[in-house]
Design a protein around this ligand. Structure first.
Ligand SMILES: Nc1nc2c(ncn2[C@@H]2O[C@H](COP(=O)(O)OP(=O)(O)OP(=O)(O)O)[C@@H](O)[C@H]2O)c(=O)[nH]1
Ligand SMILES: [Mg+2]
Length: 410
């Protein structure tokens, strides 16, 4: 069954109205991803929140009328509500109120495919539930296979209200232990990859990370015009000439107001981001809210404590826009879907990772093995055979320089 809902947001500062509108537009996308039909969306301007209901009483009355007309009782808030605000709205207005976090959790629940993703979502759900046990809705029903509908099946869920906090805490511990086990297994894989440089795709959800991952690595991960299509992290190799390799990871997309416990639950998935030598920040250049999205991604990177990892700004979907004349130093316009400018992107990645430099060397004739090695590792530009030895000009990566340190010409 497709549910119908009214979306609401409260704007506390008129100056931020445009940002609130963008946030509501995103809430519409989230609702649609969760298979909810959005009937209307409303923003209330208020000086401060109503502690009891978050929004104003009159405003909620109006919403109740709208919902009655569409024969629905689902109200989705863009702002985060406290458990008691939710209870008050439900009791006094007879409406089902859910907030942005609950909606995101619902989408995560629907999209989690692997065991690890499922456990991570479960952990986030349990942590979200803990202070809200009285309001436990369809969770446990969804576990039994009625997945999909936001805010439905509450009757069954209500039977579980008796589950006390202790049980939930015990369950949290259990899920954490299971996650640790998986973490240990993936840690071994990670160690094996340690020899290679690691590049990770980050960016707002739906920016095209998975599409780019597929294009660069000839993989086949799920691409969808949906928010949070990817919840896991996948890695694959990219090969460069001279036999250099790197590991590219695709991972979960970011979004504004990404709930804190969600970030914490997805720590394992985010490990690839944390370990990266270079981040590719993928931006949807055709999205009118891209500035806002870039800001939000930067916020999340800071929250995870990795804003200092070098980054390339990759403006994707540029098949949909006019190419700009000016591009910043570590910025590139591409189309992952149409495979435009991908070779240049690879070059930029290579330069960033390996910081190649043109250097002059001198080898005497007894050092042929080193000359061979240089040919293998570097791009030889010029070679000059003299009586006493060989002069070579070559572009060498920083990391390979150590082999030839004493052959550098002064
Ligand atoms: N026009 C155009 N569409 C693109 C391009 N790259 C990706 N898309 C579309 O954008 C949508 C999202 O792509 P994904 O690759 O799933 O995006 P993602 O960043 O992995 O999204 P999440 O995993 O949900 O965070 C899909 O409908 C893609 O077909 C592009 O270069 N041009
Ligand atoms: Mg994806």
């Amino acid at each position: 069954m497709i549910e119908k809902a009214v979306l609401v947001g409260v704007c506390l500062n008129k100056k931020n109205y445009a940002e609130k509108e963008a946030s509501i537009a995103e809430l519409v996308r989230l609702a649609e991803t969760a298979k909810v039909k959005v009937c209307t969306k409303l923003i209330q301007n208020r000086e401060k929140i109503d502690p009891k209901y978050f929004a104003g009483k009159g405003f909620l009355q109006k919403i109740k009328m709208i919902l009655q007309n569409i024969e629905s009782d689902l109200l989705i808030f863009d702002n985060d509500l406290t458990p008691s605000q939710v209870r008050n709205i439900e009791r006094d207005f007879k409406l089902k109120a859910i907030d942005r976090t609950e909606l995101i959790l619902n989408i995560f629940h629907q999209h989690a495919k692997t065991k690890e993703a499922k456990l991570q979502v479960r952990l986030a759900e349990l942590q979200y539930q803990l202070p809200r046990l009285k309001k436990l809705w369809s969770h446990l029903d969804r576990e039994k296979g009625t997945a999909g509908n936001v805010g439905t099946a509450r009757g069954m869920g209500e039977k579980q209200i008796e589950i006390d906090k202790r049980l939930v805490r015990r369950e949290i511990e259990k899920v954490k232990k299971e996650l640790e086990k998986i973490d240990k297994q993936t840690a071994t894989q990670r160690k094996q990859r340690k020899r290679f440089k690691k590049v990770c795709l980050v960016g707002y959800t739906n920016a095209g990370k998975s599409t780019l991952f597929n294009s660069l690595t000839n993989s086949d991960v799920l691409v969808e015009d949906k928010l949070f299509a990817t919840l896991d992290s996948t890695a694959a190799e990219i090969k460069f000439d001279k036999g250099r390799k790197l590991i590219l990871s695709d991972t979960i997309g970011f979004i504004s107001h990404l709930p804190h416990h969600l970030v914490a639950s997805f720590r394992a998935t985010l490990q690839d981001v944390i370990d990266a030598d270079l981040l590719l920040h993928i931006v949807d250049s055709a999205d009118e809210n891209q500035r806002f999205q870039i800001k939000e991604v930067k916020k999340v990177l800071k929250e995870i404590g990795i804003e200092a990892i070098p980054q390339i700004m990759v403006n994707n979907k540029s098949d949909l826009i006019d190419f700009p004349k000016k591009v910043a130093k570590n910025q590139i316009f591409i189309s992952a879907a149409k495979k435009i400018n991908l070779e240049n992107l690879k070059k930029l990645i290579d330069e960033n990772l390996h910081q190649a430099e043109e250097i002059e060397f001198f080898f005497d004739y007894s050092q042929q093995h080193l000359v061979n090695k240089l040919h293998k590792l570097a791009k030889v530009r010029q070679e000059n055979y003299r009586n006493d030895g060989i002069e070579i000009k070559a572009i060498v990566n920083q990391e390979d320089l150590r082999y030839f340190e004493s052959n550098k010409k002064k």
